[in-house]
Design a protein around this ligand. Structure first.
Ligand SMILES: Cc1cc2nc3c(=O)[nH]c(=O)nc-3n(C[C@H](O)[C@H](O)[C@H](O)COP(=O)(O)OP(=O)(O)OC[C@H]3O[C@@H](n4cnc5c(N)ncnc54)[C@H](O)[C@@H]3O)c2cc1C
Length: 389
């Protein structure tokens, strides 16, 4: 099958070594052949099926940046970026492997004991375990210090009680990193990350698979913990109370990967729209022949190019270990804002057809909106940037 990203003339990751370029090619083919043909069905079911996760694992698309000795491919964030760009370029943005790969697995790698890594990472790499991270609660979103989910020590177990909402991969996930309070008196310093293997516990319940305006193929859900008992060895890190620091340390990569999805969709939206305005005619000429169309697209293409250069620079810095949280916040906020703007303008250039769900730009319009909200809202990003001035 022809590589869909090549057909659209989309750029391969510019900073990519050959090996990353090859992974990108393989990932775009996988998304185009295995996920895209069934994507309407996945949107209707409000989740991608487990079999597709296992296939992604078999194809080497899970845990690409985890060490080989734990079942990964031994890559870097460049590899993860190539996979997320492939998802965005093919247009299957609801497939939640980006979060699994570059958010959940790194917590285990960075804070897990040797035993935890050996136990969980190989299964995350095959797709036998599907990962989620449960921070948000009905009463605590932007202000994570307000988390109420409680983990009480009871001998060699923790007893977890609380509820979470808006959790990506929430129906499928069987390995969930739960943000809990082990010592509510201590605020942020009483926060701990505890892994819940859902197949091995009682008292864990999945709530609604939430009805969203976009990202329909993702099973964003409510989760409930009622006296869920897990061994104390499921704590991430050597001691309690380190959860907030661990969250803060991982945020640059989490924010950058929202930027990855943004730049990929921006490029796809532009490519699709340029094709469309060359075909569609009004007043006896192609839509692209109107000066307004050319000026609009010239502006958007310029901004997309600036976005790509900024993004590539952030990735290069991140791989070298030097992406600071403020720049990562800039990438998250600015690229997701630009994504919203580009997709909206591209939809406008499609006229009424852009409002029809059968046109890809309509799905992008729905899927883009949440990028400004999750991973820390763009207002919170500006707050963090502002504090650094
Ligand atoms: C599709 C989807 C998937 C998600 N996936 C996950 C997931 O996997 N795991 C997870 O834990 N969470 C997830 N979330 C939750 C997401 O991270 C939160 O929705 C987000 O952090 C915002 O929190 P909130 O919804 O409680 O909004 P609120 O915190 O109530 O914010 C409401 C508004 O107030 C603004 N605001 C809040 N505080 C300030 C301030 N100090 N200054 C200025 N403005 C402020 C916000 O910017 C926002 O505009 C997901 C959400 C969605 C929609």
């Amino acid at each position: 099958m022809t590589n869909p990203a090549e057909v659209l003339g989309l750029p391969k990751p510019a900073w990519a070594a050959d090996e990353v370029g090859m992974l990108y090619d393989m990932a775009t083919r996988f998304m185009a052949e295995e996920i895209a043909p069934r994507y309407d069905e996945f949107e209707k079911n409000e989740m991608v099926d487990r079999e597709s996760w296992l296939k992604a694992g078999a194809a080497g698309l899970l845990c690409a940046s985890m060490p080989e000795k734990y079942g990964g491919s031994g890559g870097t964030f460049a590899h993860e970026s190539a996979i997320i760009e492939a998802i965005g370029h093919v247009g299957v943005d609801g497939f939640g492997i980006g979060l699994h790969n570059s958010i959940v697995a790194p917590y285990i790698l960075h804070y897990g004991s040797e035993e935890q890594k050996e136990k969980w990472l190989p299964k995350l790499a095959t797709g036998e375990l599907i990962g989620a991270i449960a921070m948000t609660e009905p009463g605590a979103g932007s202000d994570l210090q307000g988390v109420k989910t409680r983990a009480e020590k009871d001998g060699n177990h923790y007893k977890i009680n609380g509820s979470k909402t808006f959790i990506t991969n929430g129906q499928l996930a069987n390995l969930i990193i739960v943000v809990t309070k082990t010592d509510p008196e201590k605020g942020a310093k009483g926060t701990s990350l505890i892994v819940v293997e859902t197949d091995e516990v009682e008292g864990f319940e999945r709530g609604r698979n939430l009805d969203k305006i976009g990202l329909k193929a993702n099973d964003t859900s409510e989760l409930f913990f009622n006296d869920v008992r897990v061994p104390t060895s499921n704590l991430l890190g050597h001691e309690e109370g380190k959860g907030f620091v661990q969250l803060m340390q991982q945020l640059p990569q989490e924010r950058l990967q929202i930027g990855t999805g943004a730049i990929a969709m921006i490029e796809r939206a532009l490519a699709i729209t340029i094709d469309y305005v060359k075909e569609r005619k009004a007043f006896g000429k192609a839509i692209i022949d109107f000066q307004n169309t050319q000026f609009k697209l010239a502006e958007l293409k310029t901004e997309a190019t600036i976005g790509r250069v900024f993004y590539n620079d952030c990735v290069a810095r991140h791989i070298a270990g030097g992406l600071d949280p403020v720049t990562a916040s800039m990438a998250k906020y600015w690229l997701s804002d630009l994504q919203g703007k580009v997709v909206d303008e591209c939809l406008q250039l499609h006229g009424g057809y852009g409002y029809m769900n059968e046109y890809p730009i309509a799905r992008m319009y729905r899927d883009a909106r949440v990028q400004r909200i999750y991973g820390g809202t763009n207002e919170i990003m500006k707050l963090l940037i502002g504090r650094s001035l």
